[in-house]
Design a protein around this ligand. Sequence first.
Ligand code: FES
Ligand SMILES: [Fe+2]
Length: 392
Amino acid sequence: MTSMDDSLEGIVGSYDPAKGLADAETIPRVWYVDPRVYELETRSVFGGTWQFAARLDQLQRPGDYVTTELAGEPIVLTRSSSGIHAFFNVCRHHAAIVMTEPAGSCSVMRCPYHGWTYGLDGKLKAAPDMGKARGMEKAGIGLPQVRTDVWGNFVFVNLDPEAGPLREDLGGLPKELEALGADGLKFFERRTYEFKCNWKVYVDNYMDGGYHIPILHKSLNAVIDYPGYTIENKGRYVVQKCPLKISKARPETSRIRRGKDAYYYWLYPNFMINWYEGVMDTNLVLPVGHERTVVVFDFYFDDVSPAAAERNKASVDLGEKIQHEDQDISISVQKGLQSRSYRAGRLSERREGGEQLFHKLLHADLLKALKDGKATDSNAPARGRHRQRIAG
Ligand code: FES
Ligand SMILES: [Fe+2]
């Protein structure tokens, strides 16, 4: 296939995953600007991988619920007396969205349209005035289940009923975070940032091995040891480790950042965990269009008592300046990716091996989805697992 082939197969096929890092190119620009690629990613990547959907601290007591949207599908997660559940948040009567608040607590889920009522286990409990609908058995009706699994404080869902277990995708990641003591950190605050770019621009930026830090983030660069930055590919996740050099000469930073190293974990395709001693934030990258992305930041600290609130807030604010710098450069990159003058870029062997792994995994998923689509009905959502593993 050449880059002149404008079919989806041609576009996906124009990336060569077999090249070594020194010879490799990025995925082609068209992947970032073509709505057809976005649609393919929606159903095959976001509709076929484990996705972080709620925090366990939001689902503590029976009746707690969280709503979200994944690959365009409305989802509700609940805690019942028997555990955590996830369902399509779509009423069985005439398809209204059943739970409409982002999160809360309820004893039953009641549709706001005609009042059909579902238990926390998704089973239909009441359907007013439906007495004479022939053959309609309440017992056989309920909100369709979505697979869910929990790792630490993270509740994941997967729209693909045939997907492998979450643990398989996480690999050694839980052990690594456990070793850092991340289990002891508590949720403090959520902030949401909008990026006017394709979701992959955000991920690429995160995965460039610190390459942009000395140029774009001067304040951050002052407290890191740029030459000591390391990147390790681990199958479906990448760990970037960055030695810190926080000195007493920078009292503002040393008050809120401690420790020897910062760790930046990325789990394919769109979840990041950033860890400093006593501090952690997670980033969930949510595409909301082919050129618009929302990133949900959850901040955790070792101490979330009122006495620590000021320090914690200062820590969250410290990140904000960096988000704004990344937001601005993302607009610029998205604009440049629209240019006919650009096709694809090269990768730094020293810095951008993680980014290459991202591109390879994505390519494998898209290729698999195209093949599955061809083998069955090209309009049906891609099913089956994208099991292809790529050695880091
Ligand atoms: S659509 Fe939910 S009760 Fe009618
Ligand atoms: Fe950045």
